[in-house]
Design a protein around this ligand. Structure first.
Ligand SMILES: O=P(O)(O)OC[C@H]1O[C@](O)(CO)[C@@H](O)[C@@H]1O
Length: 568
């Protein structure tokens, strides 16, 4: 396929379009009666079991998707990524998050340099620094141990680390190594988030890590200045050196801010923000909390999937299969959303993280060559842990819109509970739902079945479930640091696979810029109005009215108030 050809112009795409009718003629109820088909739609790797037999797809669909992958040069694109080519063409950058978790002796070249050496230099520095803090050899300005860490960052500098922290928080090994320590995150520029984050914390025992790839993100920098004030007003300005460190690609700005670059942990422009949890962005705060040895297992888990993606044939390649099936669901079956439904509370922050990875990566309207797409790319990701979601939005998934679901289950609970006399353990109770929901969605319930149950006729339409609603199930052996790394990498690669097939650039994010520049104008106007009484100008009627109301209703706030920090 010529590089400027849209994937939708290719023969395999057209064949898949035509194939939709064949698939619509089959109900999942019928597809699932074929055990051979189901058997060939199960893939196992390193204890992880993927079952995609509840996708609205046949073996023929799969074959056609492989042909699509072929014409999209999927294998070559994956190889180009691993080889450090500048596949993020609009920013002229390599995309090498796989190097962040590569073994020490691996060689991954980018621009003629083995980046794995740089990665391990930083990892060694993280191991050393985090051990000094954890052992009490690096102490705060008043000589007290730094038991609390606040990581300031937003977007990719926040969501991934938060997901991993939340998942590890209840893992027995991680609990043991985090005893007596706290890790909190400050992301939102809303001062309420500052208040919530520092409540109950003593600056004397707190280390603040400013995490920002660019070190220019408005929200993060204001929050960093706010916590710098919190520290220096309590302990004096010189305390900042002991209580503030940074993670960034921009060490010059780190120094300008007042943080010693020796206490900064670097990463590189070939790490996209939303793919940065395996860089110092995640590894440093998580190592402070759990110790480097726990986080190294997380990196090893991610690396195991990197190797699987690279070397496994597509037929048994979990992220490739998942990516192709997502393209099938979005672009051919016309389902715009995807529900991420982990049956473990430890993954409560997984869907929010994947929202950014997926929607910032694949929420694009043009091909990588700048040609407008004649089809929809990207999907709307959302989710909640089961069974909570069942009592919230599942109604719509069962009887309303069709939303392909990812069910994620874990064989062994991090925190088992057994009660004498109960029918099953608490985890088995949870997992009963994990196993039941996919079949409820696939089979549904027919009016005939309801009639046999003597349901009053007027209720039959309300109690009917059409079924034929697709899902897939991922069963993990457990949820330790290693498996958490695997899960992360499965989704990262799946999303990249989707983008490679759609022919878009999944690694830039120009769509977030416009709002940022408009906010700059508003910020200037708020300052001019509050300090000099200047009238609102340069905005449309709607924004002018809203801004005027906002300023008038808060006119009691003095123009130049003294420094104020949260009071709760
Ligand atoms: O790490 P930084 O540079 O502060 O950026 C934070 C986030 O902002 C974004 O650019 C979106 O606004 C993300 O891509 C990024 O993860």
């Amino acid at each position: 396929m010529a590089s400027s050809t849209l994937i939708s112009d290719t023969q395999p795409w057209k064949e898949l379009k035509a194939h939709v009718e064949d698939i619509k003629a089959n109900h999942l109820r019928d597809l699932l009666s074929d055990d051979e088909r189901s058997k060939s739609m199960m893939v196992e790797f390193d204890g992880i079991l993927l079952d995609y037999s509840r996708q609205q797809a046949t073996l023929e669909t799969r074959e056609k998707l492989f042909q699509l992958a072929e014409v999209a040069s999927l294998k070559q694109k994956i190889n180009q990524m691993y080889k450090g080519e500048h596949i993020n063409s609009t920013e002229n950058r390599a995309v090498l998050h796989v190097a962040l978790r590569a073994p020490r002796d691996a060689v991954i070249q980018s621009d003629g340099k083995n980046v794995v050496l740089d990665v391990w230099n930083v990892l060694d520095k993280i191991r050393d620094f985090s051990e000094r803090v954890r052992s009490g050899s690096w102490v705060g300005a008043t000589g007290k141990e730094l038991k609390n860490v606040v990581a300031i960052g937003i977007g990719g500098s926040f969501l991934g680390p938060l997901f991993v922290h939340t998942a590890l928080q209840t893992d027995p090994e991680a609990i043991e190594s985090a005893r007596g320590r706290q890790l909190r995150f400050l992301a939102n520029v809303d001062p309420i988030d500052v208040a919530k984050t520092i409540t109950g914390l003593n600056p004397e025992t707190t280390l603040v890590v400013v995490v920002s790839k660019t070190f220019t993100t408005a929200e993060t920098m204001l929050n960093a200045r706010t916590l710098r004030e919190w520290i220096s007003s309590a302990l004096g300005p010189s305390a900042v050196a002991k209580h503030m460190v940074a993670v960034s690609t921009n060490l010059a700005l780190v120094e300008k801010f007042g943080i010693d670059p020796n206490n900064a942990f670097a990463f590189w422009d070939w790490v996209g923000g939303r793919y940065s949890v395996c860089s110092a962005v995640g590894v440093f705060p998580l190592s402070l909390q759990y110790g480097f040895s726990v986080i190294e297992k997380f990196l090893k888990g991610a690396s195991s999937i990197d190797q699987h993606v690279y070397s496994e044939p597509f037929e048994s390649n979990i992220p490739v299969l998942l990516g192709l099936l997502s393209v099938w669901n979005v672009s051919f079956l016309g389902y715009p959303a995807r529900a991420i439904l982990p049956y473990t509370q430890a993954l409560e922050k997984f869907a929010p993280h994947i929202q950014q990875v997926s929607m910032e990566s694949n929420g694009k309207g043009v091909s990588i060559d700048g040609v407008p797409l004649p089809f929809e790319a990207g999907e709307i990701d959302f989710g909640e842990p089961g069974t909570n979601g069942q009592h919230s939005f599942y109604q719509l998934i069962h009887q309303g819109r069709v939303i392909p679901c990812d069910f994620i289950g874990v064989v062994k609970s991090q925190q088992p509970v057994y009660l004498k006399g109960e029918v099953v353990s608490n985890h088995d109770e949870l997992m009963s739902n994990f196993f039941a929901q996919p079949d409820a969605l696939a089979y549904g319930k027919t009016p005939e079945q309801l009639q046999k149950e003597n349901v009053p006729p007027h209720l039959v339409p309300h109690k009917t479930f059409s079924g034929n609603r697709p899902s897939l199930s991922l069963l993990l052996p457990s949820l330790n640091a290693y498996n958490i790394g695997q899960l992360l990498a499965i989704y990262e690669h799946r999303i990249a696979v989707e983008g490679f097939v759609w022919g878009i650039n999944s690694f830039d994010q120009w769509g977030v810029e416009l709002g940022k520049s408009l906010a700059t104008q508003v910020r200037k106007q708020l300052n001019a109005s509050r300090t000099k009484g200047e009238p609102i100008q340069g905005f449309n009627f709607s924004t002018t009215t809203m801004l005027t109301r906002y300023l008038e209703a808060s006119a009691d706030i003095p123009a130049d108030p003294p420094t104020t920090l949260p009071q709760i």
